[in-house]
Design a protein around this ligand. Structure first.
Ligand code: ADP
Length: 812
């Protein structure tokens, strides 16, 4: 290699060395020793400058440059030294040749600021920017011989400025997202304008961090199908939390539109998007422009874009949350207002700073204030009834005192001059305190409880009355919860069962064992029946004996109650009262005993009376004394009547004391009926007693007592129907029972009396019946006798037409 050692080529570092080593003789420029002075000078200036300078001289603009220019030359150094400009920078020559030619032709300098060039100096076509001048190099005669080029690369500044502009616009424009979704849908739209720096972008939304799936929300500069051709390292980016670079995309994405970018190694960077608390909620993928150096600053820029997008989405999410919160607050405020209106509440507010008091319209009305009035607390207090005022003042002071907790709850009366009726109100409120325990606000509600109070007072009075009358009547109460299986007895009820404690009582352990052994089965059956709605409608009315659990005392009790049923007719509650009737019962027993004893005592003389009459009658018949015979017959009839009466009383007393005895024999009912009709006809001249064709039916029963029943029914039919009417008897077998009926054409019986007739001593009170003698025991005894035989007794009647009494007995 030639080595020149000319003075103008001295210095200049590596570039200088290259100039000195270059084979200039192999170029049209020839031996440097012969180069003219103007070029020598220029070369010397160039080599000794620290500013990037190149020179172009000769027919093809041969290139000289200094060491500082090496940065611009890149990998082209040192090959381009001494090469014609066209060979050295073929990529930009077409563009700049006219400028060179112009300088040569005119001798005028040219200045270009930040001019863009696509050059290949590091193995790829790179977008570069330069600030340069092209100035003429003239010879001694002033002829232009070459071009002097001072140049500064501004690629970094230009691109950086552009990037900053983008980031700035991103931060300005992306703050308006109102929801998270909105952010994910529109965040990359702006990038469309910045295709140069981000030729394509993808935005994924990822749910549930590591485990979740990512969904493509937006794509710019690339279709969704094209995006799907690459398996993006989304998971890798999420797990590592840092950006991951993907290269060689041009081979994966079919028909990618390079849109003027050099078709080269297409790269993208996959960046996790974070939100507030560092949660990764998405992925931003940005494609890199193939003509911009994929250096750290490019990556940093894209990460900043991702950061901005993340912040914008975060903002959207926050906005959405805030909106939701404020909506919720608004909703609960509305709800509160509804509740206040629905409950008819007054609301009040006291400003502790001014001690002024205000409230809603309703409250102002109560206080006699105009709708927009605001008054001093003391004025408001004046409307409060005088007797309540001190306690209200005390309650307000207490609520507003530090450390009280601020609660306020009081009831008082308002006497408003515009409203003559006092209003009782319940005030509830809360005082709020600041950090220094100073009251900042004191507000609450007012409820009109006048009506409630009145009802309560009335209720209290009614309850007190009920309690007093219960006490006066010495009524005890019981209450059974049939669902829970519990039973409540008040003190009186406990007393009637001989219980003095206040412990729990139960049906099984206290009620049943407390009953007299002879009443236990009967009463428990009646209660079971009361639980069946269809049978009893839940009515319960009984008499029983108790034997005191503690005092062993026998008491007679009358219990009356009611069973309540649910919608399925299942019994749920059984309540009622109990009353001691021991004295009445004992009186009754004594009375019964007395009646029994008297009847018994009367029977003996009557029996001997009857015997004497019969003896006398026999004698009279012998003596054929007609008057005596008829008189004695009448006497016997009266004796029979009296005997029937006494028998009735005797039976009654036996029945009451449970001593009735059935003397069962087999007999023919129809025969008995015939006999009785005969007997009755003998003593009845006013009515015709007939028997319809009758079945012959054998039964096993107490013949005398059944006879009494039939006699009774016939004598009632006669008693309660006008003279001359027919009394008709009937007897027929129905299934396994026999049914006997006695029909009359009498006054009839009102429906409301029907069942009561069978009660003891019951008589229908009317002008019709007041002159008809009787005790009201005939039907009672008949019913008892029939029921003791396991039969039934009932009647059918129509007022004014007549009645038919039926009874049926089991037939063999
Ligand atoms: P007594 O006839 O002694 O009053 P009962 O027990 O036999 O007593 O009858 C009770 C009441 O039933 C009578 O007072 C009467 O009012 C009414 N009664 C009974 N039988 C008839 C009848 N056949 N027709 C109308 N009323 C009757």
């Amino acid at each position: 290699m030639a080595g020149y050692n000319l003075h103008f080529m001295k210095g200049g570092g590596d570039a200088g060395a290259q100039i000195r080593a270059h084979n200039w003789e192999g170029t049209p420029l020839g031996d440097p020793a012969n180069w003219p002075a103007y070029i020598r000078m220029s070369i010397s200036v160039c080599l000794n400058s620290n500013f990037p300078i190149s020179l172009y001289w000769g027919p093809d603009y041969y290139l000289f440059y200094n060491d500082a220019y090496r940065i611009i030359a890149g990998d082209k150094h040192p090959d381009i030294m001494g090469k014609p400009r066209k060979e050295a920078w073929p990529e930009a020559w077409e563009e700049v040749k006219p400028q060179f030619d112009a300088v040569m032709a005119t001798g005028n300098s040219i200045r270009n600021k930040d001019r863009r060039f696509l050059i290949t100096r590091f193995g790829f076509i790179e977008e570069c920017y330069f600030d340069y001048t092209l100035s003429p190099i003239a010879d001694e005669e002033g002829n232009i011989r070459g071009v002097f080029n001072a140049v500064m690369e501004t690629t970094y500044q230009v691109i950086n400025e552009r990037r900053n502009r983008l980031l700035q616009r991103l931060s300005l424009q992306l703050h308006n997202f109102q929801t998270l979704e909105h952010g994910y849908h529109e965040a990359t739209t702006l990038l469309r304008e910045f295709k140069h720096d981000i030729p394509f972008s993808l935005l994924y939304k990822c749910d549930d961090g590591l485990s979740g799936t990512c969904l493509l929300k937006q794509s710019e500069g690339i279709s969704e199908e094209q995006a799907a051709q690459v398996s993006w390292p989304l998971r890798e980016a999420i797990i590592s939390g840092v950006a991951v670079t993907v290269k060689g995309l041009q081979e994966k994405i079919v028909d990618f539109d390079f849109a003027g970018m050099p078709v080269d190694d297409l790269q993208a960077i996959v960046i996790p998007i974070r939100q507030g608390d560092n949660n990764i909620t998405g992925i931003f993928i940005a494609g890199l422009n193939t003509s911009i150096r994929p250096d750290e600053s490019y990556k940093l820029f894209l990460e900043s874009v991702a950061f901005q997008i993340g912040a914008a989405i975060s903002n959207g999410a926050n906005f959405e949350r805030e909106k939701l919160r404020s909506d919720q607050i608004k909703f609960s405020e509305d709800q509160l207002q509804f509740a206040i209106d629905a409950a008819g509440l007054g609301t009040w507010d006291l400003d502790p700073a001014t001690n002024r008091f205000t409230g809603n319209k309703r409250l102002k009305g109560w206080f006699g204030l105009l709708p927009d009035a605001e008054i001093e607390l003391t004025e408001a207090l004046n409307v409060i009834a005088e007797q309540d005022r001190p306690s209200v003042i005390a309650a307000i002071a207490q609520a507003m005192s530090a450390g009280s907790g601020g609660s306020y709850h009081i009831e008082y009366t308002i006497i408003n001059p515009l409203d003559p009726i006092p209003r009782i109100v319940r005030a509830k409120g809360k005082a709020l305190f600041d950090a220094d325990q100073k009251v900042t606000r004191f507000s609450g509600t007012l409820q009109d409880i006048t009506a409630e109070r009145k009802t309560l007072d009335a209720l209290e009075r009614a309850y007190e009355q009920a309690r007093l009358s219960k006490e006066a009547a010495q009524l005890g109460t019981f209450d059974m919860d049939l669902v829970k299986g519990t039973m409540e007895w008040d003190e009186r009820c406990r007393l009637l069962f001989g219980i003095s404690h206040n412990d729990k009582v139960s049906y099984e352990d206290d009620f049943l064992p407390g009953l007299h052994v002879l009443d236990r089965e009967r009463i428990s059956k009646i209660i079971q029946k009361a639980f069946i709605k269809a049978e009893t409608n839940g009515d319960y009315d009984v008499e029983y004996r108790t034997v005191g659990i503690e005092d062993q005392q026998l008491r007679w009790i009358r219990a009356k109650g009611k069973v309540f049923f649910n919608e399925h007719n299942e019994p749920v509650r059984f309540v009622g009262s109990v009353l001691e009737i021991t004295n009445e019962k004992q009186n009754e027993i004594r009375k019964n005993d007395f009646i029994g004893m008297v009847s018994h005592e009367l029977k003996t003389p009557l029996t001997s009376l009857k015997a004497y009459v019969q003896v006398l009658n026999a004698r009279s018949k012998k003596e054929e004394n007609a008057f005596a015979i008829s008189s004695l017959n009448k006497v016997e009839l009266q004796i029979n009547k009296m005997s029937a009466l006494i028998n009735g009383f005797l039976n009654l007393s036996r029945l009451e004391s449970g001593k009735i005895h059935l003397n069962l024999v087999e007999f023919n009912v129809d025969e008995l009926i015939k006999e009785i009709i005969e007997e009755s006809s003998l003593v009845t001249s006013t009515h015709k007693i007939t028997l319809m064709p009758c079945d012959s039916v054998m039964i096993r029963a107490d013949r005398d007592k059944i006879g009494q029943v039939i006699t009774n029914l016939i004598s009632n039919a006669v008693k309660y129907s006008p003279r001359g009417r027919v009394v008709e008897l009937n007897c027929q077998r129905t299934g396994d029972s026999v049914q006997v009926s006695v029909r009359d054409e009498g006054m009839g019986i009102r429906p409301q009396d029907k069942d009561k007739l069978f009660e003891r001593f019951y008589r229908v009170e009317s002008t019709h019946t007041e002159h008809i003698s009787g005790f009201g025991i005939g039907l009672y005894l008949s019913a008892e006798i029939v029921q003791h035989h396991g039969g039934k007794i009932w009647l059918e009647s129509e007022k004014g037409i007549g009645s038919t009494f039926f009874f049926s007995l089991p037939a063999g």
